[in-house]
Design a protein around this ligand. Structure first.
Ligand code: ADP
Ligand code: MG
Length: 729
């Protein structure tokens, strides 16, 4: 009984609630650890303040002298809050955020003149020894080094006693080595393209920003219980474990009352988020036991991405205080729902208009329809790339597993808007008659606000759903950096809007059409061309898979297959044309993602083999020996009759032996496949081998182990069980 499992259960049972410090009202504390507008006004000279705001609004460069002044103000602000260190905070392609802390403190070489120092050079550029971040072969350690460069559009913040300066991470030859660089370029591309299109409708628009409101799902497990499971510790998920007799069948967790211990954690986390300027708003229980969700108010996409990355980090740190472990993995437990991260996305103008929201006049509704239909067209033309945007080893457990949006990308728009599109499809070719135009404006376009108001139908199975005033990309994984999905969505929409503008301009110039006639004409053709991607039915169903195949939609169930779309000629051209990434950067990313995939499966394979052989098999043998002793005793008493009296025990002994043999055989075979996979030349071959030849063993090995869990005496089973992980509060 001295196993980790029982010790962990005991610790969990004796947990005391951790008190959460009461802070002032949220509206008062919000952003107080952020170098925001208020702090900048207080700590910067008017020139320095203007330099930052101009950089944010217009992308203007900040010269070195002003950077010195900005750094000085930032340092004074940070010191006033007890900060001792600073770091460039960036998002390398590892998925985690990176930071290297340096003290402000400096002295002269002889130890004299101690002082706190932070100048423009240190603010603007750093050179982390970054040779071991993934770079897909771009950055040969001996040739060019990478550097981080300040991103003034995302404000610096304080976490603990460190000033964090959000930065991009690029090689000296200019290639992006992080998530933020391509995101910023995609956001610039969509800004230009969308602004140009907006100007058909409103000449006052000068800038369009993409907005993102993410929703983060997660599991909270007692830290002792989580630490008692080597698979959770090393892979973030359970690789085995028999499902609990009670799971989520009773639907009694979703939106239920939040357990006090969890609520304390959430309050603590929300306080920290408030200080960091992350505008968190919603919290609730999710479908699976011990699963929860947190969502903020939406923000400009770059800031929202930073905030989500920061949040994932902060979640883990606050959890430690409450003796919890946060599981962000997409599928930590078999048999209950996994976690996702819905990305609510829209476009907003600097005149305050949500371009995917209904307007008040027919003209603004035509603008809405333009952006709405162009988005659908962008998805239709790049559905495979959208699938690639969310492809990871862990997200594969959700997509295509009949519980989360499928691996097939489709767009849900609801019955009402489907009708609107049908009516628009009937618009005459060429110039519209005055009557037709009036009719359209009054009865179709003009009715849109009402239509959207009662557009309450929601389809939970759609990977990309229109929800009244935004699209919701639901297939994004819970561990993902949102930048990946957001770069691709904004890139394909930017490209589509550029094409749209070209077509409309051509109709105006060549056919002498009026602007709105031209817009109607192009949109009508798009409606005809995008029928395949629109789907209103059950995305989890078998019929949809068949139907989607008929429609020619891709259904890439595994990451190695899905990722290919990232390096197709079409994608490379798209990214190159928009100057988001060149083919070297794209191919490097493809390599990195394949490698990450192979490594993840490799680690899971090793951990599973280890647990199966070193935990499960010895425990099973121990129990089998108890049974053998028992049968021997029965023989002493009953002689030959012991075979009848001990029939069940003898059967169990045999069954246990079969499972043990099964485990040993499959673990050996899996190890052989791993060896073969490791010898392959390219990342692509390796990823495919891990996917097709190694991963399939996981289920069989797990099955044997889970069967043994049911057979073996609970008292000697060493691995913490599902019911304990999921139902211990
Ligand atoms: P629900 O979808 O749960 O009914 P809401 O529609 O209010 O709730 O919003 C869900 C999420 O969508 C929230 O995280 C919110 O911040 C985000 N959201 C709302 N409007 C926009 C928008 N224009 N752009 C991006 N995200 C948005
Ligand atoms: Mg949602």
């Amino acid at each position: 009984m001295s196993t980790l499992r029982f010790q962990a259960l005991k610790e969990t049972a004796s947990r005391q609630l951790v008190e959460v410090e009461e802070l002032d009202r949220k509206s008062v504390i919000f952003g107080s650890n952020v170098f925001n507008d208020k702090a900048m006004r207080q700590f910067l000279t008017p020139e320095a303040y203007k330099a930052v705001t101009n950089a944010v609004k217009h992308g203007t460069k900040i010269d070195r002298k002003l950077a010195d002044y900005i750094a000085m103000g930032m340092k004074e602000w940070a010191l006033s809050k007890g900060v001792t260190h600073y770091t460039h905070w960036f998002q390398p392609l590892t998925g985690a955020t990176a930071e290297k802390h340096d003290a402000f403190f400096e002295t002269a070489p002889d130890g004299s003149d101690p002082v706190e120092k932070f100048d423009g050079g240190q603010l603007v550029q750093q050179e982390p020894d970054a040779s071991s971040f993934p770079n897909g072969g771009i950055r040969n350690t001996f040739e060019a080094r990478g550097y981080t460069a300040w991103d003034p559009t995302s404000p610096a913040f304080i976490f603990g006693t460190t000033l964090c300066v959000p930065t991009v991470f690029v090689s000296y030859t200019g290639e992006a080595l992080d998530y933020k660089t391509p995101l910023l370029r995609a956001l610039a591309a969509v800004d230009t393209a969308a602004t140009d299109v907006c100007r058909y409708f409103d000449k006052n628009v000068k800038k369009v920003t993409a907005t993102l409101g993410w929703e983060q799902e997660y599991f909270l497990i007692d830290s002792s219980l989580a630490n008692s499971r080597p698979d959770i510790t090393l892979t973030g998920r359970t690789l085995l474990g028999h499902t609990s007799a009670k799971g989520q069948q009773l639907d009694d967790h979703y939106f239920g009352s939040i357990p006090t211990r969890v609520l304390n954690y959430m309050r603590d986390l929300e306080n920290e988020c408030m200080l960091l300027g992350i505008p968190v708003k919603t919290r609730h229980n999710e479908v699976a036991p011990n699963q929860f969700e947190l969502a903020p108010i939406f923000e400009e996409a770059n800031l929202a991405v930073d905030h989500n990355s920061l949040l994932m980090d902060v979640m883990g740190k606050i959890a430690e205080r409450h003796y919890f472990k946060v599981l962000l993995h997409e599928k930590p437990f078999k048999g209950v729902n996994g976690s996702g991260k819905h990305n609510n996305w829209s476009l907003a103008t600097d005149t305050g208009v949500n371009l995917l929201g209904p307007g008040k006049t027919p003209m603004s509704n035509l603008q809405f329809l333009t952006f709405f239909i162009n988005t659908i067209k962008a998805v239709q033309d790049n559905e495979e790339l959208m699938r690639a945007a969310i492809a990871t080893a862990s997200n594969d457990h959700r997509l295509g597993a009949n519980e989360a949006p499928p691996a097939i990308i489709s767009v849900f728009i609801g019955e009402q808007l489907t009708k609107v599109l049908q009516e628009l499809e009937g618009v005459s070719s060429g110039k519209l008659s005055p009557k037709e135009k009036t009719d359209l404006k009054l009865n179709v376009v003009g009715k849109i606000p009402d239509v959207l108001l009662d557009n309450t139908d929601r389809n939970r199975t759609s990977p990309f759903a229109f929800t009244g005033n935004k699209f919701e990309f639901r297939a994004v994984g819970s561990t993902a950096n949102c930048a990946n999905a957001m770069t691709i969505v904004n890139a394909i929409v930017a490209k589509q809007l550029k094409d749209f503008k070209k077509e409309v301009d051509a109709l105006i110039a060549d056919k002498g059409m009026k602007k709105d006639d031209a817009v109607f004409n192009v949109l009508r053709e798009y409606i005809k061309e995008t029928k395949a991607i629109l789907f209103e039915g059950d995305g989890y169903s078998e019929e949809w898979e068949q139907e989607a195949a008929k429609r020619g939609l891709s259904n890439n169930k595994t990451t190695p297959k899905a990722l290919k779309a990232k390096v197709s000629e079409k994608t490379l051209a798209l990214f190159e044309d928009l100057k988001i990434m060149n083919h070297v950067e794209m191919e490097a990313r493809y390599e990195i993602e394949l490698e990450e995939y192979a490594k993840k499966i490799q680690i899971e394979g090793r951990v599973l083999g280890d647990i199966a052989r070193n935990h499960v098999v010895p425990t099973a043998i121990r129990y089998q020996n108890i049974l053998i002793e028992n049968v021997k005793g029965l023989k002493d008493i009953f002689g030959k009759d012991h075979e009848t009296v001990g029939r069940q025990q003898i059967k169990l002994i045999k069954e246990i032996s079969e499972h043990i043999a099964g485990i040993n055989m499959k673990v050996e075979a899996m190890t052989e496949e791993r060896k073969k996979a490791n010898e392959l030349e390219t990342g692509e071959e390796m990823a495919i081998a891990y996917c097709d030849n190694v991963k399939p063993y996981f289920d069989t090995i797990r099955n044997h182990c889970d069967k043994l869990e049911l057979l073996v005496d609970d008292e000697i089973w060493t691995l913490t069980k599902y019911r304990e992980l999921l139902f211990t509060k």
